[in-house]
Design a protein around this ligand. Sequence first.
Ligand code: UDX
Length: 436
Amino acid sequence: MSEQREPIGVIGAGWVGLVTAACFAELGHPVIARDIVAEKVEALSRGEVAIHEPGLEDLLRRNAERLTFTTEMGELLDGARLLFVCVDTPPTYSGDADLSRVRAVVQELPEDGEHVLIMKSTVPAGTGESIRRDMPGLSYVSCPEFLKEGTAVADFMDPDRVVIGADAGDDDAADAVAALYRPLGGEILRTDVASAEMIKLASNAFLATKISFINEIANVCEEVGADVGQVAKGMGLDERIGSSFLRAGIGYGGSCFPKDVSALKMLAGNTGYHFQLLTAVIEVNELQKRRVVGKLEKHLGSLIGKRVALLGLAFKPDTDDMREASSLVLAARLQGEGAEVVAYDPVASERAAELLGSVEMATSAMEALEGADAAVLVTEWGEFAELDWAAAAERMTRPLLVDGRNYLDPKALADAGFEYEGIGQTVSAPRPATAT
Ligand code: UDX
């Protein structure tokens, strides 16, 4: 008989909570996940998952006998000592992180010296200290998540590093959390709580800075006739720089980068420090989405009455997450210029339709391209690389493509009859003779 693994409690069965619950169950732990939304708990108990995350549904199904979903905090507290808090901390109107859900959860926890609160939610540095001050009898460990949507299960199972922050008196609790992650390999870094909180915010802000930096380089490349793909490759070969997160495009989105960059900027601002660099990172990202409109106008002139097809709506491929997706800003800007917008996404169409009421939704890429004056590749879904672009060119009123992710091969698109415009590339195929 294999020994019984430490039971795990997960509070908040959203994206982070579910991935955490499923992965710990896969590692052999009994897991109780609690969410306040009864319908969600019922659906999860039936094995239904409302979010698109590769591998997650399989993992939940495979480990169903080790997973319990409940709305009751009492059941969670009875069943597990180690409690991962995975509720969301969305931005408020002031740009700070909204901690109301975190606070509501913390108030339900006992100061019994037994239960351990493990904070996975992204919170401003200083949050852990203030919770410990209010509840000195509660053990507190900060364990930020670094999972990427679309590869979250793989990221959990093979982490670059696991950061575990604990202050004086909570060493045993931190040891218990470290023991949970040890089988996964990856460096386990022990810090104080405030530093762990800062590592999470600083990591996301740095990655966002890399993206805004390469996007600005891309914009300069367009001016001087250089190719940002080659520039990024050449930069990335310097191991001090590294090659990741240097893909130029129409900006970052998602549930983390926009929120965390803003939260760090505001956290600094609240202490009286002006984090100038992040102000620029945010502004570059905002403007980057809008540059697409200028690129379309360069070819089409006024966009009034022009039909523009958006290919991909989710903030990145392999997810149906529409939070802070560049497509939302782009659709609104195009409509603002008088364009008629039609859109297609392989999995996010349903969620997107709720947010993009006046945008026509197509059920396939080809349907979206039918009769369009231009297309914009917004999200680099694999199926767009497989599309029969020559057939698409035939069906469009004007075969013009702005590749917002530099995803497709410009030469192949030109051969298929397209005028092609990327981000930070000089390649723009001559307008084919057949175009009107
Ligand atoms: C991010 C962090 O990577 C993860 O560690 C954190 O815990 C949560 O936030 P995620 O939001 O899932 O993960 O997506 P990520 O893959 O990091 O991409 C974020 C955005 O940046 C996407 O819109 C993506 O298209 C964009 N991006 C990424 C670029 O524009 N260029 C790049 O080179 C990389």
